[in-house]
Design a protein around this ligand. Structure first.
Ligand code: GUN
Length: 301
């Protein structure tokens, strides 16, 4: 079997088109412009690239967008004050504080200070709890698992995963745990595995839906994949690529793509799979927040 390639770039572009259209309606119908504020502390180049692309995408969607780049030695109190200021700003519907934060700042404290109704990352306890209890109508779902669900629903052409086994490899708060809750809410039978799991290859072979979110380059091999499975690779790992020349690198996922594509029914590439969906869902969450503030039903994806 040769897998169908799940085109995350195209799906993300579809989501963005829906966001743009709904934004235009919100502006004309309710005089509400969705607003997002992104806060970054320090000069980490990779984080700066992410933050710039979030700002550009927000502007493309027709949002009001603010970016705050604070110095590396910003105190926790000053960052919390910035978050409180954005909580109180009615032009801002979504707040994202780029992680990781410098070591002297308590990340948890910062996340829990963001107003839950502006927490477009979905990391606040209130949003985590709503997802865990199935109260998803007005919850924010973390962007990477939300985007992965859109890809799975479109690949399988259903939003009901009854009778399907899903295996999530990785138990992070940002991806693995919310992913498991979303799959469970869609009626899949879900197993969350991690570094202490026994016979991970055998477990993965039971998966009709296999989610790789461990951050270990090409760890999941082709013969771990059940024939016909839907494989979602959340990993983005930069590895040396001497075949491209001295000092060159390339991006790979957590799945051995070439090997897995021989067994899978459908599979996300890296890059061009889950990655573009994450930022698209951040825009979708920000729009949803503005819709809720204006009393309008947000679009579905
Ligand atoms: N850093 C890497 N991924 C993320 C994310 O999804 N949200 C935030 N806030 N920071 C990140």
């Amino acid at each position: 079997m040769t897998a169908r390639v799940i085109d995350g770039k195209q799906t993300a572009a579809d989501v963005i088109e829906t966001v743009k259209a709904a934004t235009a309606d919100l502006v004309s119908g309710k005089a509400t412009v969705p607003g997002i504020a992104v806060v970054i502390v320090g000069e980490d180049p990779a984080s700066q690239v992410y933050v710039r692309s979030k700002g550009r995408k927000a502007e493309e969607c027709g949002f009001h967008s603010e970016t705050y780049t604070l110095p590396d030695d910003t105190s926790e109190a000053d960052l919390l004050a910035k978050v409180e200021e954005l909580n109180a700003d009615s032009r801002i519907h979504g707040i994202l504080v780029q992680l990781p934060l410098p070591g002297h700042i308590d990340e948890g404290k910062v996340i829990q200070t963001i107003a839950p109704e502006k927490d477009v990352d979905g990391f606040h306890f209130l949003n985590v709890g709503k997802l865990g209890t199935g109260e998803t109508a007005d919850a924010f779902i973390p962007c990477t698992p939300a985007g992965s669900m859109v890809l799975i629903r479109r690949a399988l052409e259903t939003d009901d995963f009854s009778g399907l086994n899903a295996v999530v490899v990785g138990r992070s708060n940002i991806v693995g745990k919310p992913m498991a809750n979303l799959l469970l809410a869609a009626n899949a039978t879900v197993t969350v595995s991690h570094s202490r799991t026994k016979d991970l290859p055998g477990l993965c072979r039971t998966a009709d839906i296999l989610i790789a979110a461990v951050g270990r380059p090409e760890m999941i091999k082709g013969d771990w994949v059940k024939p016909g499975a839907c494989v979602i690779d959340v990993g983005i790992n930069r590895i040396d690529a001497p075949e491209k020349g001295e000092g060159k690198t390339r991006l790979v996922g957590d799945v051995d793509y070439a090997g897995a594509a021989e067994f899978a029914g459908s599979i996300t590439p890296v890059p061009g799979g889950v990655g573009p969906m994450t930022i698209a869902m951040l825009m979708a969450n920000t729009l949803a927040s503005a819709c809720r503030a204006a009393g309008v039903e947000p679009p579905k994806y």
